[in-house]
Design a protein around this ligand. Structure first.
Ligand code: 7PM
Length: 278
């Protein structure tokens, strides 16, 4: 029995769940910047929940390789009004994709129930903010920073290195007073990894299960799919992403973070049915 308590809402993790991506960045690579208006964002959120999203992930800072950093105020302006409008309309937990302590605070005050931090709470004040806010936190692995991470990623053993990093961050959280029960882990596909690193990490992802925390996986539309499929553009990566979702679920993923809700929800239900039949 694993119940993820996200403030007033909660998510039953006894079967894999869908985290729907709602980008509010004007330059978001796979939405073409269509989700800047709050009204449009709310309509998209409603549609995602109707299609089967269990959690909505809202991010205002583009973490694409080479992306410029976004200021705190700009990120707040993008994210907070969207969280406020969705919270009042929808009964699903909202995750905020941020590495800034100030954004974590304002987002949770506005109703967010989960912190999704690609910097695994290594930013200034992030550990303290997450402790005080009392919501679950997803700790993601990244090598380097978004600006430089794809320049020359290197590992002695990518799975072992990711595992050591995540284990160290779990310890840092516990030392800071964040209970284990509030943590999720993410290997960080595409964040400071070559194609081979990403593929090995997916194949061996079951090795992260021994950390004994729910695993979140985000591969949706990423370049590892495009590269394998002869440089398929972002809008041609759905089936490749679904293959990765099946493999991730079979290896123990608890949450699949995706742009493509209905296809991913079906894949989860089908894979889970096969895995759990008596
Ligand atoms: C441009 C390039 C925009 C890449 C957005 C991205 C993850 C995440 C992202 C992930 C967790 C994307 C990424 N990826 N959070 N945030 N795990 N926990 O493809 O893999 O969405 S941003």
């Amino acid at each position: 029995m694993t119940e993820l308590v996200c403030g007033v809402q909660s998510v039953d993790l006894n079967r894999p769940r869908v985290m729907g991506i709602l980008n509010v960045t004007p330059d978001s690579f796979s939405d073409g910047g269509r989700f800047i208006s709050h009204d449009v964002a709310l309509k998209r959120a409603l549609a995602m929940v109707a299609e089967g999203a269990d959690i909505l992930d809202i991010g205002g800072e583009s973490t694409r390789p080479g992306a410029p950093a976004v200021g705190v105020q700009q990120e707040l302006d993008r994210v907070i009004p969207v969280i406020q409008s969705i919270v009042s309309e929808l009964p699903v937990p909202i995750s905020v994709d941020t590495n800034k302590a100030a954004v974590m605070r304002e987002a949770v005050a506005a109703g967010a129930g989960l912190i999704n931090d690609v910097m695994a709470l290594q930013g200034e004040g992030a550990l303290a903010a997450a402790k005080e806010l009392n919501v679950p936190v997803c700790l993601m692995h990244m090598q380097g920073s978004p600006r430089t991470m794809q320049q020359n990623p290197q590992y002695s053993d990518v799975v072992a290195d990711v595992k050591v990093f995540l284990s160290d961050r779990i310890q840092a959280c516990i030392r800071a007073g964040i209970p284990r029960e509030r943590l999720l882990l993410d290997p960080g596909f595409g964040f400071g990894k070559t194609l081979a690193h990403n593929l090995i990490l997916l194949r061996q992802m079951d090795q992260l299960k021994s950390l004994n925390l729910p695993l979140l996986v985000g591969i949706s539309r990423k370049s590892m799919i495009g590269t394998v499929l002869d440089d398929a553009p972002v809008d041609q990566r759905l089936y490749g992403g679904l293959a990765c979702a099946v493999l991730a679920i079979e290896r123990g993923a608890a949450i699949i973070r995706t742009h493509d809700i209905k296809p991913t929800a079906d894949v989860i239900r089908m894979t889970h049915a096969v895995m759990t039949v008596d």
